[in-house]
Design a protein around this ligand. Structure first.
Ligand code: PLP
Length: 410
């Protein structure tokens, strides 16, 4: 082996072991396909975890990145810059929001949202008020900073990192009665994913979203939608809230927003944003010119009803083919999702074995994701060609055959 060469073994030597990547190392991508170090080809239904919304090497994003790279990369927030202003203008034109805060990830967008909700309550209730409670839901995921793992509803992500910030309540998702009884004048915000992503691709009931909106109004609490996974066209709308009839006070976006270039954004109204006055919050990279130029090209591409309709058609195609596969293999007990955020729940005796399905699929040239140990998750490019969908399902068929011939682990 060449000394300069890196392999999966290098990972164990030099990388902090908080991830468990497989042996293959992709080196090149095009559309919905990836190639590894040995030039083996894969269909990519993982999409960088709902990030590569337009697949790999999309011409509009390539052009935006290259043009901006030629002009100016970074200024910091000591100055404002054209790409950030243009992107903020577009996002406010296309959503409920009037003002935008840029950062670099989903966790940072949520961190900003939670801090803003606390600050807004403090500004409006007086410093001695105890209006600081954030209500979130079991199974939710909001990022990996200490505040966001604390608000997140999966205890495994905060174990060992205690003490965590106080004033956070976790309730069952989709349970209107428990939300009604938990909310009080102490509640400053309710935060929810319109579809639980990491928590297993579980959509919020429309009645639950409506109830959360009404209860927030009643108790002067802010409704925060974490659209880090559901946003940027993933569900067949620019943001999932747009098809629910429920408008949040704060919305967080990241993942697909940069199409593969790191960016996060917190969107809100002018009135709420005013609680983040000069000096109250910030980040060096937020509004980076390269990130904003790429995100602007992505938003301009997604602002197209035909493309959004195609996401829904492709979603139907995936669901049809998955149901047909499952007719034969009976591996899944439920197949669900919206747009191109699709989950398939493993049937009883296969529970806990999603990773085996991912491994088998990879052997067949197919990249999948999981959402917890029991759910196969698909978050492909929003413009994946139909041929790639059919070929992916052929490869998944082989992977399912292989898994079933090996049998469930007991
Ligand atoms: C991925 C995700 C996050 C965290 O985003 P990062 O960019 O990894 O910090 C937050 N919320 C939801 C719903 C997510 O899916």
């Amino acid at each position: 082996m060449n000394e300069a060469e890196v392999t999966r073994a290098t990972f164990d030597q030099v990388m902090v072991p908080c991830y468990m990547p497989p042996d293959v190392i992709p080196v090149r991508g095009e559309g919905s396909r990836l190639w590894d170090q040995d030039d083996r080809e894969y269909i990519d239904l993982a999409g960088g975890i709902a990030v590569n919304a337009l697949g790999h090497r999309h011409p509009a994003l390539m052009q935006a990145l290259q043009e901006q790279a030629d002009k100016l990369w970074h200024l910091s927030n000591v100055f404002t810059n054209e790409p950030a202003l243009k992107l903020a203008k577009r996002l406010t034109e296309l959503t409920f929001a009037e003002q935008v805060f840029f950062c670099n990830s989903g966790a940072e967008a949520n961190e900003a949202a939670f801090k803003l909700a606390r600050k807004y309550a403090w500004d409006h209730q007086g410093a001695n008020s105890d209006k600081h409670e954030i209500i979130s839901f079991k199974g939710s995921f909001h990022g990996r900073t200490l505040f966001t793992v604390s608000v997140g509803g999966q205890m495994k992500y905060r174990a060992g990192f205690e003490p965590v910030p106080a004033g956070i309540t976790h309730l069952p998702y989709n349970d209107i009665a428990s939300l009604e009884s938990a909310m009080s004048e102490r509640t400053c915000a309710v935060v929810m994913e319109p579809i639980l992503g990491e928590g297993g691709i579980i959509p919020a009931d429309p009645a639950f979203m409506n109830a959360a909106r009404a209860l927030c109004n009643q108790h002067q609490a802010l409704l925060i939608f974490d659209e880090v996974q559901t946003g940027a066209g993933r569900t067949g709308a620019l943001y999932a809230y747009m098809e629910t009839g429920v408008t949040p006070d704060i919305l967080t976006s990241a993942k697909g927003l940069g199409g593969g270039f790191p960016i996060g954004a917190m969107l809100t109204t002018r009135r709420i944003a005013s609680s983040f006055g000069f000096g109250s919050h910030g980040t060096t990279y937020g509004g980076n010119l390269l990130a904003c130029a790429v995100a602007l090209a992505l938003i301009d591409t997604l602002d197209n009803p035909e493309l959004m309709a195609e996401v829904k058609r492709k979603s139907d195609l995936f669901l049809q083919e998955l149901h047909a596969l499952n007719q034969r293999h009976a591996l899944f007990s439920d197949i669900r999702g919206r747009g191109l955020l699709i989950g398939a729940q493993l049937a009883h005796h296969w529970q806990g074995q999603a990773r085996r399905l991912l491994d088998a699929a990879r052997d067949q040239g197919l990249m999948l994701l999981m959402a917890g140990p029991d759910v196969m998750r698909l978050t492909p490019s929003l413009i994946i060609p139909d041929d790639d969908i059919h070929e992916a399902m052929t490869r998944l068929d082989r992977a399912m055959n292989q898994l079933i011939s090996e049998g469930p682990e007991s």
